[in-house]
Each structure stands twice: as structure tokens, then as C-alpha cells.
Ligand binder design. Structure first.
Ligand code: ARG
Length: 564
């Protein structure tokens, strides 16, 4: 039952307002003020009376529907109290039917969302800075899918550009094949760092690197085969990490994919009279929009990061006909996106408004930014291993007889990192802290996974095979049981809000709310020793929480082990 729609209908009968409009302004009040509230302030203008008086008059006229236990007026608000048994029944019987899909909806049906995320740079290590884009993008992908959207996840690999010229020089000067084959990216990034150190002393190295890039652009065989080799080595490492995170993409079309598509775009820019020459380079002047120019072609004719992004956006619009195309990158790329979004707009594409940059703050180890150039990189794989190792120790201490210890430690150790990353608004910086993220009693991934495992174990001990519907819901009128249902009922709205704002933390926080509500319910209500009908009713809550937590954790990209 949709309580908001029902209340709106009752209100519409008592006023001259449309139910649709009323539904929009119904609020969920703070504790003790009922379950739903209708504020009357806005009616003062048309009804020419004080809002509290309006509230009183409307409330007197309402025919109380059966699912409401009470209607009370507090100042300008009409507060509605839903009958607890009706409420609990409506939530639990629906979850019983739909399982974890209770939180899903169909609002996105027929619409396509493209999400560009992770997108690491080839030949550079996958460091913990990439973690954020990967975790946020993957979660948004799942959130939109749960809302019925068709989602295309794209890994826009950084597989073209100046770094390859540098890497080729570095490899030819200081690299050796065996070392690269043995240590793959670690070796590549070592010689890449060396290149920067040496180039500071000897700037001619930069010219050599530029020459190699030109050779790549011209299709030189040696240059391209080295490039391809670096790409393969990198992908091997990236895939190892994606496998562990359980992440796949629908497309791996990286920057090099647009090599043969950019000339047409540059022509189009020229035809639309948007290009100007500046010190030999081709730019789009954005002074009118208070931005530095967007660089399209270097003086040697080479393309740039924005050229590739513009071409990619046009390609994606033509290929996927997206309703929205989301880019998940660090905040420091704000200007880059603002500039080329503007260029798309100036080209006359009205879908420029559907391009969305979704920035996030920095990750640090408490000692500032992570850099690849200076060599202080913290590798993603090392971080994952560390977390899994620490989790193993915790399991060894808490539950040494657990089956599948290795697998559980992997799921929990990695889950802890992802959850921690997604627990705050994107824009906040994340300071890495294992003690915080692995605290089983904190607002953490392990806590949520543990709560899910607890629900699984209660079910296993009860011997119940599945959730049942013919339950006496009046046995669940206590505050703690009701509260669990209230949190479940809010979940679909939170999911929609998370997509609206592109903020997975809204889902993460709702998961924690549910865990807290469930643990309180569990502490206050005996399940196993209660009388048969009560046990059955309480188990229906346990089943519902298990299903919702499992789907909720999946929305963030976390596994939900059944035992911990
Ligand atoms: N490779 C870039 C980096 O690591 C991120 C690419 C983001 N996507 C895009 N279409 N520009 O900074």
C-alpha cells in the first residue's frame, strides 16, 4: 500500500487541491509527530487564513481511512499516524513477495545512463586514488540498474598520450624485458619515475619522448608494438584488481579508441567556426565564459585529453543515445569537464545538458596527496592485501572455527575498504584508516556484513525454510519491530535520492540505519524461545532484513557472506 498516495487522496477529498500536488508536499516528520505530515503554510495565500487554522479545519473534514490510527494537528501541520499493524503488514508482506527487489523500481525504464568510471592510466599503477572512481562508479551503476535504467559502464582507459612517449624513451634507455615481465607495472612505473628525475636534469629527454609520441601517431611499427605491450601488461594488473572487486565494464574503449574519430570532430569544430589559432595550437576560446581556452590540437598536430573526450561524448551519444552521461573523476578535473562540456554546447548539441561531472575528494594516508610522479604510490593491490590480512587476524581471534575463512576474509577485507569509501558524501576527502574501517562495531562494511550474517544464522537455527505471509502481524507492535519496518519502507525513497544526487552514501547510511534497527530488535525480542506464532512473526522480520541487506550491500559492491 502506498500510504502517501492514500493520505493525499483523503486530503484531496477534504480540500479543493489535487491529490498529485498534495502527495508532493507530504513530509516524513521527526519521531513522535506521526508517520506522515502535511504542512499547510502554502495554503495561507489562497485560503486567506492563518496556517494553523487551515490545518484544524482540514483535519476536521477528513474522513479517516482505516489504515490510520490517528490524525492530529500540531500548529500548521496535520500529522498522520499509521496503524502499526497495517503498516508492518504492508511492508513485510511485500518484502516476502519481492525479496531484496523490494527496494527496486521501474522509474528508469526505457532510459539509458552511460557511466564513465575507474578509467585508470595505462602503465601507471592502479593506486588508491583510482579506488574512489571505481567504487563510486560501480555503485552508481548498480543503483541506476536497480531503478530500471539501462546502464552502460565504460572504462575510458588512459591508453594514449604523452606518457607513452616518455615510457618508450625510459624503456629503451633503462628498461629490460625480463624485469618488466617479472614485475609488470611496478617495473614500468619505476622507469617512468626515473624518466621524470632524469628529464629535470636533461630536458632533451622530453623532446625524445615527443618524437616517440609522433611516431605512435604516425603508425610506426616499433612504437605501436611497445605501446601495445605496455597496454597488455597494464590490463593484466587492472583485471586482477577488478576481479577481486567483482567489477566488469560494458566497454573498455579507452582514449586510443578515438584516434581515428578525432579528425572528423576537429573538422566539425572548424566548420562551426569554433577553432582559433594560438601560438600554433588550435583552441576553442572560452574567455566569454570565464574559462581558459580548451586545447584541441597541439602545435605539432597532436590531439589532447579534451579532444578525445569531445570525440568520445559524440560517439557515445550516437552509439547509446544516452539520457545522461556521468563522469566520475577527482575534483581536480572540474575545469577540464566544464571546458569541454561548454564546447559540446557551442557545437550546438542540446544534449550537452545531459553530461554530468560527478567529482570526488582526495584519498590520503593522512599525509597528503598520493602521487605517481614522485614515486610515493600506494598500490591498490597492497592495500587490498593488507586489509584482507588484518581481517584474517580478526576472524582468527573472534571465530577461529569459521568455514571458508579465506573467502570470508577476502569479502570482508575488501568490503571494508569500499564501504568506507562510500560512507560519506563524494566530495569529502577520505583519510585511509584500517582501524576505523575494520571496526566490527562501527558504522562500517564489516558491521553491515556481520548483521546480515547474524540474520542468516538466526534463520538457519530456526529451521525455517522461507519467509511466510500468513503471519499475525499484530504481534509485531513493539517499537523495535515497527522501527525495522519503518527503515525498510524508507529504502526505496533513499535509493531514488541516491541516484538523483549521484551519492551512494545515501544507500550506505540507510544500510547502517537498518542494521542498527535490526540489532535493537534482536536484543529486545527473543526469537527462538518465543511461542510459535510470535516466533513466526519475528522471523518474518529476520527474513526481510536478510534480503534487504543483501541487496543493499550489493548496491555498494559488497559481498554478503552468510557466516562470519
Ligand atoms: N584517465 C583519467 C585519469 O586517471 C580519468 C579519465 C576520466 N574519464 C574521462 N572521460 N575523462 O585521471
Amino acid at each position: 500500500m502506498d500510504f502517501i498516495q492514500e493520505i493525499a487522496r483523503a486530503l484531496a477529498e477534504a480540500t479543493d487541491l489535487e491529490a498529485e500536488e498534495i502527495a508532493q508536499s507530504i513530509e516524513i516528520p521527526k519521531a513522535d509527530m506521526g508517520d506522515y505530515a502535511f504542512p499547510c503554510f502554502r495554503l495561507a495565500k489562497t485560503m486567506r487564513k492563518a496556517p494553523p487554522l487551515i490545518a484544524k479545519e482540514i483535519a476536521e473534514k477528513i474522513k479517516k481511512p482505516e489504515f490510520l490510527s490517528d490524525i492530529k494537528v500540531v500548529n500548521a501541520y496535520i500529522n498522520f499516524y499509521v496503524d502499526k499493524t497495517v503498516f508492518v503488514k504492508s511492508v513485510l508482506s511485500e518484502v516476502c513477495e519481492k525479496g531484496g527487489k523490494y527496494i527496486n523500481s521501474e522509474v528508469g525504464k526505457g532510459k539509458t545512463i552511460v557511466i564513465d568510471y575507474s578509467s585508470p592510466n595505462i602503465a601507471k599503477p592502479f593506486h588508491i586514488g583510482h579506488l574512489r572512481s571505481t567504487a563510486i562508479g560501480n555503485s552508481l551503476n548498480k543503483i541506476y540498474k536497480a531503478l530500471g535504467y539501462n546502464v552502460v559502464g565504460i572504462n575510458h582507459l588512459g591508453d594514449w598520450g604523452t606518457q607513452f612517449g616518455k615510457l618508450i624513451v625510459a624503456y629503451k634507455k633503462w628498461g629490460n624485458k625480463e624485469a618488466v615481465e617479472r614485475d609488470d607495472i611496478k617495473e614500468l612505473s619505476k622507469i617512468y619515475v626515473k624518466f621524470h628525475e632524469e628529464a629535470e636534469k636533461d630536458p632533451s629527454l622530453d623532446d625524445e619522448a615527443r618524437n616517440w609520441l609522433v611516431k605512435m601517431q604516425e603508425g610506426d611499427e616499433e612504437a605501436l608494438s611497445l605501446w601495445k605491450w605496455f597496454c597488455d601488461i597494464s590490463m593484466k594488473e587492472f583485471n586482477r584488481i577488478y576481479d577481486r572487486l567483482g567489477i566488469t565494464f560494458d566497454s573498455y574503449a579507452g582514449e586510443s579508441f578515438y584516434n581515428d574519430k578525432m579528425a572528423a570532430v576537429v573538422d566539425e569544430l572548424r566548420e562551426k567556426d569554433l577553432l582559433t589559432e594560438s601560438r600554433g595550437a588550435q583552441i576553442v576560446d572560452l574567455e566569454k565564459y570565464n574559462m581558459p581556452p580548451c586545447l584541441i590540437l597541439r602545435s605539432d598536430g597532436g590531439t589532447l585529453y579534451p579532444t578525445r573526450d569531445i570525440s568520445a561524448a559524440i560517439y557515445r551519444k550516437n552509439t547509446y543515445d544516452f539520457d545522461k552521461c556521468i563522469y566520475v573523476t577527482a575534483l581536480d578535473q572540474n575545469l577540464h569537464f566544464a571546458q569541454w562540456f561548454k564546447v559540446i554546447e557551442l557545437m550546438g548539441y542540446d544534449w550537452a545538458k545531459d553530461l554530468v561531472h560527478t567529482p570526488f575528494g582526495l584519498v590520503s594516508l593522512g599525509d597528503g596527496k598520493l602521487s605517481t610522479r614522485k614515486g610515493h604510490v600506494v598500490l591498490m593491490e597492497d592495500i587490498l592485501n593488507m586489509s584482507v590480512e588484518k581481517t584474517k587476524n580478526i576472524i582468527e581471534e573472534k571465530n577461529p572455527d569459521l568455514e571458508n575463512k579465506e573467502k570470508v576474509a577476502e569479502d570482508v577485507g575488501i568490503g571494508a575498504i569500499i564501504f568506507d569509501d562510500l560512507f560519506n558524501s563524494r566530495i569529502k576527502n577520505v583519510v585511509f584508516d584500517f582501524d576505523r574501517m575494520l571496526n566490527f562495531d562501527g558504522e562500517t562494511g564489516p558491521y553491515a556484513q556481520y548483521t546480515h550474517a547474524r540474520a542468516c544464522s538466526i534463520i538457519a537455527r530456526s529451521g525455517a525454510k522461507k519467509s511466510e505471509k500468513d503471519v499475525d502481524y499484530s504481534l509485531l507492535s513493539d517499537e523495535a519491530s515497527f522501527n525495522v519496518c519503518r527503515v525498510i519502507k524508507e529504502f526505496p525513497e533513499k535509493l531514488a535520492e541516491a541516484a538523483d544526487k549521484n551519492e551512494p552514501y545515501i544507500v550506505a547510511r540507510q544500510i547502517i540505519e537498518l542494521c542498527k534497527a535490526f540489532n535493537k530488535f534482536y536484543n529486545e525480542n527473543n526469537i527462538m524461545q518465543s511461542e510459535e506464532a510470535t516466533k513466526k512473526a519475528r522471523l518474518s522480520i529476520v527474513f526481510a532484513v536478510r534480503d534487504i541487506l543483501k541487496s543493499g550491500l550489493d548496491l555498494l559492491g559488497l559481498k554478503a557472506p552468510e557466516q562470519m
